[in-house]
Design a protein around this ligand. Structure first.
Ligand code: C5P
Length: 296
């Protein structure tokens, strides 16, 4: 299976709810930077992880892929007897929903392997129980998310957008970033993003120059507060020629929107030499959600 990452083009964070989540208005875009997941029938359930940052990923029931297998097996009335191998291309704890993407891919793959026959909408209900970003990873494309981020509507996005991603040396924990936002909001009242209507129009137009000034993320201020060095990274991306840059989700990955594929390659080369991040990737979006790409 291929599991796409995501960037939030707009991430408006509302108030903290009684259940510990924040009410969101977000626009997700699925990106070509992805993880590969391989599922093999086995005598017992196990998870293996390889690739960059693999040592930070749990291989027990804490892994969302494990939880996805257990839930789908329960639904299908069978035992989860598979080995799931994850090859990480998406930065771990990077704000690009890598763990969620893996879980979505496991749901899609096991639904097929076990012939469970759930529709994508039925899988999305299971996905929402695993995490707020898992339903989007199933659908991919570009979507407006509300609630915890799990209530999705597809969005018209007319062209392919080109991105450069600056991967940070260490990760950031999503709950910590949300808590930092709550703390900043108790201290003062930092400005909040409005509704994303103009951004949706820019997506429909397909013009990256129109989209660039409308990108926004309410989690950027708390991410910068926790990792002040990210300011330098953001500055370096725009200096290198990106149209705009922002923190991806809860960070610390920074995403830079570029005019074209060639521009993205040039920005990536310059950013690599600037010494402001661990590594640099190019990616494009929107791409489809988690899907089967091969069979043995
Ligand atoms: O849903 P998920 O388990 O991925 O969320 C991880 C954490 O991120 C939550 O426990 C919560 O602290 C925070 N979160 C939030 N509001 C959201 C989504 C996530 O506060 N809408």
């Amino acid at each position: 299976m291929r599991a796409p990452s995501k960037v939030n083009l707009h991430l408006g964070v509302g108030d903290l709810r009684d259940d510990g989540y924040h009410e969101l208005t977000t626009v997700f875009q699925a990106l070509s930077l992805s993880d590969d997941i391989e599922i093999t029938p086995a005598a017992s359930l196990s998870v293996r992880v390889s690739g960059e940052g693999a040592e930070q990923v749990p291989t027990d029931r804490m892994n969302l892929v494990w939880q996805a297998a257990v839930r789908l097996a329960h639904r299908a009335g069978r035992a989860p007897l598979v080995e799931i191998a994850i090859r990480k291309g998406i930065p771990v704890a990077g704000g690009m929903a890598g763990g969620s993407a893996d879980a979505a891919a496991a749901l899609v793959g096991l639904n097929e392997l076990w012939d469970v026959g759930l529709t994508r909408d039925e899988l999305a209900t299971l996905a929402a129980e695993l995490g707020s970003d898992v339903p989007f990873a199933l659908y991919g494309g570009t979507a407006l998310g509300r609630g915890r981020g799990e209530k999705l509507l597809p969005v018209l996005s007319r062209s392919t957008f080109h991105w450069v991603l600056a991967l940070a040396r260490d990760g950031l924990s999503t709950p910590t970033v949300f808590r930092e936002l709550d703390r900043l909001r108790e201290q003062g009242d930092p400005p909040r993003l409005g509704e994303p209507q103009e951004l949706l129009q820019a997506l429909a137009s397909g013009d990256p120059a129109q989209l660039a000034p409308l990108l926004g993320n309410d989690l950027q201020a708390p991410a910068l507060s926790l990792k002040p060095d990210l300011r330098r990274t953001l500055r370096a991306g725009t200096t290198a020629g990106a149209l705009a840059g922002l923190v991806s989700g809860s960070g610390p990955t920074c995403a830079f929107l570029c005019e074209s594929e060639d521009a993205a390659i040039a920005v990536a080369a310059e950013l690599s030499g600037a010494g402001v991040c661990r590594s640099v990737r190019t990616a494009s979006g929107p791409v489809p959600g988690a899907r089967v790409v091969g069979e043995h």
